[in-house]
Design a protein around this ligand. Structure first.
Ligand SMILES: [Zn+2]
Length: 272
């Protein structure tokens, strides 16, 4: 458990997240370095969730080659994430459910779909949820040229900005498909996950609930998709089950802040 000074530092870092600059996959480049691409931000100290001002990874973020999969300092917290939307009917249904449960989640939106369903994007934002960038048309970015990768993300940023007046602070790669080259082009935290519910494989409601509830631990990032009816049907069970284990729900950026939720109440999952 980190001390108070560490928490203050993380709050500061988190507050600076929107000013965040470059970082690659295996090499993290400080903002003042030659790789900085945002000239107007060059004078500001660089920090982003999970990274110190000098660009080094912080120890409370568990990573593999710069991939953020779980946040180890976020005791008692879990982040529910929903990919591939918005969906015109399922996402609103999910939003109603999350509002009833007073849970904030993170939605990684496909830009093309966001542009098609702007009212749903507004509802996600109005509900206090976080919105991330999940590419323009769910392309496998590893198969694209650099300029096309940048365009996929920029078009999605622009579409979301046009709807809610804010660009996403975080990115998720379609198909879990990343590479050092792709990651080096992205100037924001790239969020993976440690708990894949496999809901996209047409898992049953019970299977989705079980995989999320049984395998989650503090700092987990749970992957689901709000374009499948079974997923939406499973979310209440996921929330109930994780609450029964003592977890609280935060957005991904809240998770990356490293602030603990309730520390002492998390209980081990039953079974393997
Ligand atoms: Zn996806």
């Amino acid at each position: 458990m980190p001390g108070g000074a560490g928490i203050d530092l993380r709050k500061t870092l988190f507050g600076l997240a929107c000013l965040a600059l470059v970082a690659g996959c295996t090499t993290i480049v400080p903002a003042e370095g030659p790789e900085a691409r945002h000239g107007d931000e060059a004078a500001a100290p660089a920090a982003r969730p999970g990274y110190a001002a000098d660009g080094t990874l912080q120890p409370w973020v568990e990573t593999s080659h710069g991939e953020i999969r779980r946040v180890s300092g976020a005791e008692g917290c879990v982040a529910l994430t929903f990919d591939d939307g918005p969906h015109p009917t399922l996402t609103p249904r999910l939003l109603n459910l999350l509002a009833e449960e007073n849970v904030h989640a993170t939605f990684f939106l496909v830009g093309q779909r966001a542009q098609e369903w702007p009212d749903v994007v507004r509802a996600i934002s109005a509900g206090g949820h976080e919105i991330g960038n999940h590419s323009w048309n769910h392309a496998n970015l590893t198969q694209l040229e650099n300029s096309a990768i940048t365009r996929q993300l920029a078009m999605t940023d622009a579409a979301i900005f046009a709807i809610i007046g804010r660009e996403p602070d975080i990115v998720r790669l379609p198909y879990d498909a990343g590479s050092p080259r792709v990651l080096s082009l992205i100037d924001r935290p790239v969020i993976f996950w440690d708990i894949d519910t496999l809901d996209w494989k047409a898992g049953s409601v019970g299977e989705i609930v079980d995989s999320a509830v049984r395998r989650a631990w503090s700092g987990s990032i749970v992957l689901m998709h709000d374009i499948h009816a079974n997923t939406v049907s499973a979310v209440r069970g996921v929330i109930d089950g994780l609450r029964a284990r003592g977890f609280e729900f935060v957005t991904v950026s809240e998770l990356l802040s490293g602030r603990p939720c309730r520390v002492s109440t998390v209980v081990a999952a039953a079974g393997p």
